[in-house]
Design a protein around this ligand. Structure first.
Ligand code: COI
Length: 359
């Protein structure tokens, strides 16, 4: 056992005696199915974060009344570590994920995490499992920090105890083909005043049934529509959405509190503007999207997210119609954006926004 150099939240480190890295085929990685050797775990007890440990990844033992399992008091993040072409291990905007995790905690009545605890746990874990970061063009290590309520109590009240865990997965691409998204007005992902803007576990659970319906129709994901006007695009759920109409790239504003403030979304807006593209944050209605498609003015559409990075949308479905987007090879904005983001992460392009943190 080693103890890390962290004064307020000392981390006990128990390294796995054997690594299972040699059993993994890094050319056939399925997103989220392969896990690294270690995990971080801490408990919130009596108003303090304690028991900070990095140990071999294993299952958890939970009481059947664990409140997160019943009432969904649980939040998570998704972030990534990369290996540059020179072999340096870098995290992409961990400060932004840290801030958003705490915004999610506040909304879900979970105690905020101290920055020192979050960063130290993250950096130590990524260092220990750094060999797992694929050194390929599309590869990275997906990092999943999450916090959930652990009181074993069946009544409804905010939990007094929580667990903060981080585990990691070596990953390749999330979507291997242009994404087929489906719009409908019946099922709603998020309302003003709800939890759509934060990464609450329940946001995702509630989308599974409509997603199954969309899959039956041959689509990969829902493109959610707002629940007030039943008319405006929101987000994809795994991604924020961008569309290019004429020469303007439009993404949906996050001001209503229904849309996740994607770190990749924010990075893409900055990159596009820096690259001379015209970007607008404004609402887009179903009708505007269909009209733009019919008149040949919808030149590009893509989703952005940590897991998916920049994923071109191939088809937008609505009612019984399928609106096909131009072939991916002919699209300039999403291809340029994907390349720029990749080049910064791989250390090929200058990190002009100071996004990369060396581990
Ligand atoms: C992410 O991009 O990190 C997400 O949370 C989406 C998830 C479905 C993998």
């Amino acid at each position: 056992m080693d103890t890390a150099i962290n004064t307020t939240f000392p981390i006990e480190i128990h390294k796995s005696p054997v690594s299972h890295i040699s059993t993994v085929d890094f050319d056939q990685l399925q997103f989220g199915k392969v896990f690294t050797d270690h995990m971080f775990e801490a408990d919130y007890i009596d108003g303090k974060w304690t028991n900070c440990t990095i140990r071999p990844l294993s299952t958890l033992q939970l009481h059947p009344a664990t409140s997160a399992l019943h009432y969904g008091q649980a939040v998570f993040e998704g972030m990534k570590a990369f290996k540059t072409t020179e072999g340096k291990v870098m995290l992409f905007r961990p400060d932004a994920n840290f801030r958003r995790l705490n915004e999610s905690c506040v909304r879900m009545a979970i105690p905020e995490l101290p920055e020192e605890l979050f960063m130290d746990a993250l950096f130590q874990l990524v260092r220990i499992d750094a060999d797992w970061i694929p050194n390929t063009d599309e590869g990275s290590m997906y990092i999943r920090p999450f916090v959930f309520a652990t009181d074993d109590f069946v009544g409804i009240k905010p939990s007094d105890t929580f667990k903060f865990i981080i585990f990691c997965c070596p990953v390749a691409r999330y979507y291997s083909k242009p994404v087929r998204v489906y719009m409908q007005e019946q099922f709603i992902r998020a309302f003003p005043g709800g939890t759509g803007a934060v990464k609450a576990a329940g946001n995702y659970g509630a989308t599974m049934m409509p997603l199954m319906e969309a899959r039956k129709r041959g689509f990969d994901q829902m493109l959610w529509i707002d629940g007030v006007t039943h008319n405006r695009l929101q987000e994809i759920g795994t991604m924020n959405v961008f569309v290019q109409i004429d020469d303007t790239i439009i993404t949906i504003p996050t001001t209503e509190g229904t849309i996740l403030k994607g770190v990749t979304r924010d990075s893409c807006i900055a990159l596009l503007r820096d690259g001379g593209y015209k970007v607008e944050e404004r609402d887009v209605t179903i009708q505007e999207l269909i009209d733009a498609h019919r008149s040949g003015r919808l030149h590009d559409a893509f989703g952005t997210g940590t897991a998916a990075t920049v994923a071109p949308i191939g088809v937008i479905g609505y009612k019984d119609e399928e609106y096909e987007l131009p072939p991916v090879e002919s699209r300039k904005a999403s291809a340029w954006l994907k390349h720029e983001l990749w080049a910064i992460r791989k250390g090929i392009a200058t990190d002009r926004f100071d996004w990369m943190w060396e581990v």
